[in-house]
Design a binder for this molecule. Sequence first.
Ligand SMILES: [Mg+2]
Length: 290
Amino acid sequence: MGSRHRPQTLEIRVNPPRPLFSDWPRLARRLRTTRSRVLLTDFDGTLVRIRRRPGDVRLSMEIRRLLLAIRDEGSVVGVVSGRGLEDLVSLVALPGIWYAGSHGYRLRDPRGRMISFATLAERRRIQRAIGWLRPRLGHITGVKLEVKHASVAVHYRTASPLAARRAEEAIGRVLEREPGLRLLCGKKVWELLPGDTIDKGTAVRRLLDEIHAPADRFVVYLGDDTTDESVFRKLRDGVTIVVGRRGNTAARYYLHSLADVREFLLRWLKITREAAGKGSRQLKSRHRRG
Ligand SMILES: [Mg+2]
């Protein structure tokens, strides 16, 4: 039976991602010539280093300035995260950009308008799960419950193996009680979402609909975690980049580290500035001729 299935397994195998900068001349040409540039990125592990306590992360001044300059040069910029939207907005704290929080359940446009995708039934389902988990996990050392708008995260980065196992058991039980819940496994965090129709991939698609990006748009998405795979799978016409790992991903490219992400942002800014300069020089010469 195994041998009969083997060819099929080979067929569906995903191609491993390529190093992004190895394909840079081609990507740079597309970035230079497109009418619409969209830069979307995950936050934790992509723009900032992951900390033992999620509240301790800080976006560096340099990355902040780069993202603002990229926005000022006319690119659409968006940060897409599993964090609650308010938490994300306060940590990134950049005006005039898009935010997607709670794994895509909430979207905030550059003017601050909020869109929520959680139904009342879904929010009630999460409230019941929180009510059940809190007395069972709230007192366990190293296990932290984070309540969000439409989900609940159980962090265990600082938990002992025994404490983590107890938390895992509780999550297994709550999934039996509320079969509509969806479990996401991130880096030292389990997260319960209220259903299975919304993820980062649907949030990105919705964002692209909202901005009416033309067909020749150049869309990039950067992310480091398993929860970013929904975007890597769904954004077929985009440049998808996984940060820090190379195996088991649907992303087309990879970058080694956060330092490479910074280098990528620098290159993006340089090219868009050059493209704008070229455009204005052309305008000036046309003006002189006229
Ligand atoms: Mg991440």
